[in-house]
Design a protein around this ligand. Structure first.
Ligand code: SF4
Length: 419
């Protein structure tokens, strides 16, 4: 008797009585999956039939162009589909093929990426394009192992490109797929555990293997599973009454769909206080004639480029940093600026406060106006420093919180008042 049949028999007995709490479910990590071929065939048929009727309208699903799929998969890392949509077409208009992307400068790529977050991906995608041109003659590899050798292309991204662009039989386990399988098998352990991951892969691989001589390849199975999770088996309110897999779903039989997948508690994200300075460039000593003309001059502010490799690497920002215990915000602002760009500054009034959340921490950013007391800026704790006209700030890629400072400068007409 197969593992899944055992489970389903057991669950039908349970279904006649009260539903069991998920914590009572047996651990499955050590069990071998011997999936029932006839059940897997039924599951496969039901899934593909359902998917033929209700495919999601996703731009990169309409293409087999590996470059477009590669761009979509890099953009989709850690980011929701609705957010990627807004950037995807614009990015492809700017960089329509791998050669154009490889020829572009990193700053141009970052600018096109600005606002999408997780900026290391822009750098990785740019490096990957260069590597594809250099090592593969501009052809994107179809093999997951060779795809994994590209910068920023982890196992998930490599599997997605290999499957969606080349129909290679590799399971693509995104959050939606994990949730569906955890529920149908009622897996009582965290799916991020390696042993459980193996079970999920084995399940998808078995679904694919059932279709060797029938319609629908690996690409179709992966896409259908992703869509089942996104449209029907939703995280908080699954539509079990409309689900093509309800006939075999253990979580539904237990009347506890939302109890799966089981997750360990996430650690609380730390919070930091940050002080940054909008440092105005002092006007040069001018003759009286020039002084009359200076009304036409535009204010300049100092910006610094973050070092490559770290968080938000290569993006530009207003200098500043994290407050030390017991330090005042103004003192922190002056100290951080001196450490980062080598300028002693007078810290003036506070312009605004910004709250922002990153994936692993949260910040409250306090923004002050500052004026140099002497010296010239130098790149000490950053990659580059530059005086920039306010109207030119939009030419540089900034992280989200810093872009809100630029908006505030524009809205408050602050740039025009500084000279
Ligand atoms: S029956 Fe419900 S819980 Fe089970 S796979 Fe379908 S939507 Fe998800």
């Amino acid at each position: 008797m197969s593992w899944i049949r055992d489970r389903l028999k057991a669950s039908s007995k349970e279904a006649s009585g009260a539903s069991r709490a998920p914590k009572e479910l047996p651990s499955t990590a050590s069990q071998q999956i011997a999936l029932d071929p006839s059940l897997m065939k039924r599951l496969r048929r039901a899934l593909l039939r359902w998917h033929a009727r209700v495919q999601r309208d996703v731009p990169w699903r309409q293409t087999r162009d590996p470059y477009r799929i590669l761009v979509a998969e890099y953009m989709s890392q850690q980011t929701q589909l609705a957010r990627v949509r807004a950037y995807y077409e614009r990015f492809l208009r700017r960089f329509p093929d791998v050669w154009t992307l490889a020829r572009a400068s990193l700053d141009q790529v970052r600018k096109a990426w600005e606002g999408l977050g997780y900026y290391a991906r822009a750098r990785y995608l740019h490096e990957a394009a260069r590597q594809i041109v250099r090592e593969h003659g501009g052809r994107i590899p179809d093999d997951p192992a060779r795809l994994s050798a590209l910068p920023g292309c982890g196992p998930y991204t490599a599997a997605a490109i290999a499957s969606l662009a080349f129909d290679r039989p590799v399971p693509v386990l995104d959050g939606n797929v994990r949730r569906v399988i955890c529920r149908i098998l009622a897996l009582g352990e965290d799916p991020r555990r390696r042993a459980i991951e193996w079970e999920l892969r084995a399940f998808v691989a078995a679904l694919m293997a059932m279709g060797k001589n029938s319609k629908g390849g690996a690409r179709a199975i992966n896409q259908a599973l992703m869509d089942l999770g996104a449209l029907i088996c939703r995280p908080r309110a699954p539509h079990c009454e409309r689900c093509c897999w309800r006939f075999a779903c253990r979580a539904w039989q237990l009347a506890s769909p939302t109890a799966f997948p089981v997750k360990s508690a996430a650690p609380r994200r730390p919070h930091y206080e940050i002080a940054v300075g909008v440092i105005w460039r002092p006007p040069p000593a001018l003759s009286s004639r020039s002084r009359r003309m200076q009304r036409d001059f535009e204010s300049e502010v100092l910006i610094a480029q973050r070092r490559e490799g770290g968080l938000l690497g290569g993006l530009w920002e207003f200098p500043g940093g994290k407050r030390e215990p017991g330090e005042s915000l103004r003192r922190c602002c002056a100290r951080e600026i001196e450490e980062e760009v080598g300028l002693r500054v007078r810290v003036g009034r506070k312009l605004l406060t910004i709250r922002h959340a990153y994936s692993h921490f949260r910040i409250t950013m306090h923004v002050f106006e500052c004026w140099p007391l002497g010296g010239s800026p130098r790149a000490l704790g950053c990659q580059k420093v530059r005086w920039v006209r306010c109207s030119h700030l939009s030419r540089y890629p900034f992280p989200a919180a810093n872009r809100r400072i630029i908006e505030a400068l524009r809205e408050g007409d602050l740039c025009a008042k500084r000279r």
